[in-house]
Design a protein around this ligand. Structure first.
Ligand SMILES: Nc1ncnc2c1ncn2[C@@H]1O[C@H](COP(=O)(O)OP(=O)(O)OP(=O)(O)O)[C@@H](O)[C@H]1O
Ligand SMILES: O=C(O)[C@H](O)COP(=O)(O)O
Length: 410
């Protein structure tokens, strides 16, 4: 693998004993309102431990979910998971930028860690705007003076132009943490690789809006795309099948369809045989059993939770004959064993094949330990999802670009 030298300052360049604002990405699965551990916590704990060992006081900024979704919750439970990984207390304050937050930050001493409340609970965090506009927000202007420097360890969120990611590095001296550094190096190197054999991209999960632009951008380098999850159903809908519609209170499909239907149509026409869609899907019966149905016989008023076994076999065969396989997003709701077949079939085929492979996604990468697969059987398992596939296209990540701009101006 070729090496890529980072062009930002890292925590190696920090003087000891400072008051630091550290952006991490512990956006994680939520089950019944309770946050679940994923690989991101352990990875960020390593950066934090290193900072504490260097006598810094650390305030952590992070987000969880998106407003309006049931994964949009407080970070209180995240502090406990992080504390377990870190082996020390992580204080939590249910405020991000108000008086309580400022008081908690003011009380920090060397070796302390404080997690601030979900940054997306601040109105100014989310709208995607240019870094300078984000730097001008009250959010950034209020918090920044409390700190000596800013560390961004959130590579997996670096594709978002949000205040906590791009605003602070415009006003504070800024450094990359260890996760930012290692994911940047690994993902940039992957983008530069060339393959003689077949390259397959397996795309699933819930965030179709992140994947559709990627499908267009990597057009020349990927020989076939295997689609599942929400993005797969949206393509089936474009094919005229009765799936890819919101039913039973889901909010995955219709808004993404409204935004991307034209692009999906265009991609279908242009890519033809290179696009592989599910030929069967799995859902749950009233008795809680998994049942499969051929796509031709699909019913509109049903939630489909996995690809069916014919599709899983087909995708596994395509993986087996590939020289390189890139996975982003799960083919089904693998957290429920009944709907893990598609995801596990593809991951197992990769683990058994002699191919170069990358599996990305904060949620998706959890399937590897969950189904007793070995991380060593994959070339790279990224804690990043949207950011990793965007990096594959060669497009810059705004959160990385602002760090590079700081380094250039030094
Ligand atoms: N048919 C489906 N219906 C509902 N959820 C699905 C379906 N198929 C897959 N999923 C969900 O997709 C999730 C994983 O993909 P997703 O793109 O949302 O996140 P990710 O892998 O963490 O990537 P990122 O890091 O970009 O968030 C899994 O948690 C899985 O339950
Ligand atoms: O999980 C992720 O991919 C990042 O935390 C970004 O989250 P978002 O897709 O909700 O912006």
């Amino acid at each position: 693998m070729s090496t890529t030298t980072s062009t930002f300052q890292t925590i190696d360049d920090l003087e000891s004993g400072q008051q630091l604002l550290v952006r991490i990405d512990i956006n994680a699965p939520v089950e019944d309102g309770v946050v679940q551990d994923n690989r991101r916590f352990a990875r960020h704990a390593e950066t934090i431990a290193e900072l504490l060992a260097d006598d810094h006081a650390v305030a952590l900024l992070a987000h969880q979910g998106r407003p309006g979704r049931d994964t949009f919750i407080s970070l209180e439970g995240h502090a406990d998971i992080l504390a377990d990984h870190l082996g020390q207390e992580v204080a939590f304050v249910d405020d991000t930028v108000g008086e309580d937050a400022l008081e908690a930050i003011g009380g920090l001493e060397a070796g302390d860690v404080l997690l601030l409340e979900n940054a997306r609970m601040c109105e100014e965090e989310l709208p995607e705007e240019a870094p300078d506009e984000k730097a001008d927000t009250e959010f950034v202007q209020t918090l920044a003076p409390e700190f000596d420097a800013y560390v961004n360890d959130a590579y997996s969120a670096a594709h978002r132009s949000h205040a906590s990611l791009v605003g602070f590095p415009r006003v504070l001296d800024a450094y990359a943490g260890r996760v930012m550094e290692s994911e940047y190096t690994a993902n940039s190197a992957i983008q530069q690789r060339e393959f003689d054999g077949l390259v397959t991209m397996v795309l699933g999960g819930t965030k179709a809006e992140d994947l559709i632009p990627v499908i267009e951008e990597v057009d020349d380098t990927v020989d076939r795309f295997c689609l599942g999850g929400i993005v797969g159903e949206l393509f089936l809908r474009a094919d005229g099948h009765d799936v890819g519609y919101d039913v039973e209170g889901t909010e995955f499909f219709d808004h993404q369809w409204e935004d991307h239907a034209d692009t999906i149509e265009g991609v279908r026409e242009e890519y033809g045989d290179r696009l592989h869609l599910a030929s069967d899907l799995a859902s749950e019966t009233d008795d809680g059993e998994r049942v499969e149905r051929a796509v031709a016989e699909i019913e509109k008023e049903t939630s489909y939770l996995d690809v069916g076994s014919d599709t899983a076999d087909e995708y596994a065969d395509l993986v087996a004959e590939s020289e390189a396989v890139f996975v982003k997003g799960a083919l089904g709701v693998f957290e429920d064993e009944r709907f893990a077949d598609g995801t596990v079939a593809v991951l197992s085929a990769i683990a058994e094949a002699d191919c170069f492979s990358v599996v990305g996604g904060g949620d998706t990468s959890r399937a590897i330990p969950m189904y007793d697969l070995e991380e060593e059987d994959f070339s790279h398992v990224s804690v990043a999802g949207g950011a990793y596939v965007r990096a594959l296209t060669g497009e810059g990540l705004v959160g990385v670009e602002v760090l590079e701009a700081v380094a250039e101006s030094e």
